[in-house]
Design a protein around this ligand. Structure first.
Ligand code: CU
Length: 123
């Protein structure tokens, strides 16, 4: 008897947690607008395919990470002129990641194919 009551209380608590989850997301969105944004751990993915960075422009918040994955058979690199980004030569399937701790616009190219361009805007 006591056990089944405990279980129903637990089930109710779990439901509460599930019900609250969407509003937490909404809260974060609100924080972003206010400019309170130090929640790190988020990752934005950029594919390198067809000799292009996809997407070529990425917008992230301070503390977030960008991961580049080369999906081409040709090797590519990720390099910004200010030196923030400097990957090794990426073979097919290789990844390069960088966490951004300062706001700004980081423009980068592929060092092997300089016509390949992309940018990361950190706010
Ligand atoms: Cu390239």
């Amino acid at each position: 008897m006591r056990n089944s009551r405990l279980i129903s209380v637990l089930a109710f608590l779990m439901l509460l947690v599930i019900a609250c989850a969407p509003s937490q997301t909404a809260q974060q969105t609100t924080d972003k607008t206010i400019g309170r944004s130090e929640d790190s751990g988020k990752v934005a993915a950029v594919s390198i395919k067809g000799f292009k960075f996809v997407p070529a422009e990425v917008n992230i918040k301070i503390g977030e990470t960008v991961v580049w994955t080369n999906e081409d058979t040709a090797p590519h690199t990720v390099e910004s002129s200010d030196g923030t980004l400097r990957s090794d030569e990426l073979a097919k399937g290789d990844t390069y990641s960088q966490i951004f701790t300062k706001s700004g616009k980081y423009e980068y190219i592929c060092g092997i194919h300089p016509s390949m361009k992309g940018s990361v805007t950190v706010q």
